[in-house]
Write a protein that binds this ligand. Sequence first.
Ligand code: S3P
Length: 176
Amino acid sequence: MDNKKNIVLIGMMGAGKSTIARLVSAKSKNFQYLDIDKEIEKLAQKHIHEIFAENGEGHFRQLEHEMIVKYSNYSNQVIATGGGIVENPENINLLKKNGVVFYLKASVDELYSRVNRAYQGSRPMLNHPNPKHRLKELMGRRERFYKSADFEIDTENKELVQIVDEIIEKYGKITG
Ligand code: S3P
């Protein structure tokens, strides 16, 4: 099997990273789906919200960084990252070494309506009296780092299949 650069999805909570990563891997030959949050949960034997509650955000960020150090050396992966990987700028540099990075973009209003439909308790970063305000604040702090991706993909008003095809097409063009 050819060694192919990873396809890495970054962006805020609610951007659709895990769903889209799964679909991209299903549609691309020889690519495995890998979810950094799931790998952290396997390693810690706890859910993300339990790691935050019992060990704090700093410990979670450390585990997240360790996972990125490990998996940035792999090939042929479609990697869904957690929204906060940009909190440590070194993470993006590592992921870029052997990966093409896509920023899945959506407005705060759209992100909020998507996360609001999902179970809030599983997202400790939104454990806040005003989760929409919190999303806005996080976006304000993180967006310039998301924008250091190789490609920016607007996810609003698009079918999932369109987003998947756009990623595969852009990846193909850059990797030949
Ligand atoms: C986080 C996003 C989550 C998860 C953790 C922290 C963040 O992942 O890694 O709760 O800081 O934005 P998703 O972006 O997949 O929700």
